[in-house]
Write a protein that binds this ligand. Structure first.
Ligand code: FPP
Ligand code: MG
Length: 283
């Protein structure tokens, strides 16, 4: 299946989307896509088939998010903790990612037509060389798209993301690009790879954050659903959004960032792109 599933919204569902869109729509939604193995067990198939169904559900969900006008989606696809799973399952998940990122490059014209920018957030050095090069190519190929930003947390934990941000900031203070006085919550937030979601959805009845976006969720509306991720429907998504509309905090005013901080952030972005280009050429 491709990254965006076409023709998966009926006329009635489109009507319901339009009704929900008369209220406030989260500008960034995050998903902890949990329950793939329980789904596999329930249907007597291998866990790899459950993860594959999980990807199919992601492509349907992205179509719903596009129809709802949600500009940013972040999904937890592989935690650093997941490396502790059996070798067979880890290999199957890596193969699934290889297959889907190759598909992303093969379908690049269509992805660009949808305007989807794909960003992988995580410790890329933990990935096999070929997969790291593949995801880097995917990120570079879609970097100018701006209709939907899809962040895929892969080889990711929230605490690791915060540690990496701290290390970038320390290096910049050492290089005198930043002063120690510049370090505040605004700078840490902007240095992280992922922005703050307005709504976080976790499926499968688990009500933990499991080290996902720990810094970013300080003001996020949380929604927990009992449904297993591969069984998630548009009705579950609309219920989550209606929950958001009932509980959303008032919108915060964006502050302006100082020139020193902005220069640091621009350099950081430039170095990230350079690193991706290096991964592509070195493989
Ligand atoms: C959690 O369910 C799910 C995962 C660890 C993997 C999620 C991955 C996908 C949906 C595919 C995404 C792929 C790409 C390339 C973006 P679980 O395994 O913890 O299931 P359980 O809670 O029932 O044990
Ligand atoms: Mg799980």
């Amino acid at each position: 299946m491709s990254w965006i599933k076409e023709n998966c919204v009926s006329f009635f569902q489109l009507f319901c989307i339009k009704v929900v869109k008369t209220g406030r729509i989260p500008q960034h939604i995050a998903f902890i896509m949990d329950g793939n193995r329980r789904y596999a067990k329930k249907h007597s198939v291998k866990s790899s088939a459950g993860h594959s169904r999980g990807f199919d559900k992601l492509s349907e969900t992205l179509k719903w998010c596009l129809d709802l006008g949600i500009p940013e989606v972040t999904v937890y696809a592989f935690s650093i903790e997941n490396f502790k799973r059996t070798e067979e399952e880890v290999n199957a998940l890596m193969d699934l990612a290889r297959d889907k990122f190759q598909r992303l490059l093969d379908d690049i014209d269509q992805i660009n037509e949808w305007g989807v920018r794909v960003h992988i957030a995580g410790r890329l050095s933990l990935l096999p060389d070929d997969l790291r090069a593949l995801v880097s190519r995917g990120m570079l190929a879609t970097q100018h798209n701006n209709k939907l930003r899809l962040n895929i947390a892969y080889a990711y934990t929230g605490r690791d993301e915060i540690s990496r941000a701290a290390s970038h900031i320390i290096d910049s203070v050492k290089n005198k690009e930043l002063n120690a006085d510049d370090i505040d919550d605004e700078l840490v937030s902007a240095t992280l790879e992922l922005g703050e979601p307005e709504l976080l959805v976790r499926t499968s009845g688990e009500v933990r954050l499991s080290d996902f976006m720990l810094w970013q969720v300080s003001n996020t509306v949380l929604y927990f659903s009992d449904v297993l991720w591969p069984e998630f429907t548009i009705w579950n998504l609309l219920a989550a959004i209606i929950h958001f509309q009932r509980h959303a905090p008032l919108l915060k005013e964006e502050g302006t960032i100082s020139d020193t901080k902005q220069t640091f952030l621009n350099k950081l972005e430039f170095r990230r792109i350079q690193e991706l280009e290096k991964y592509v050429t070195n493989c």
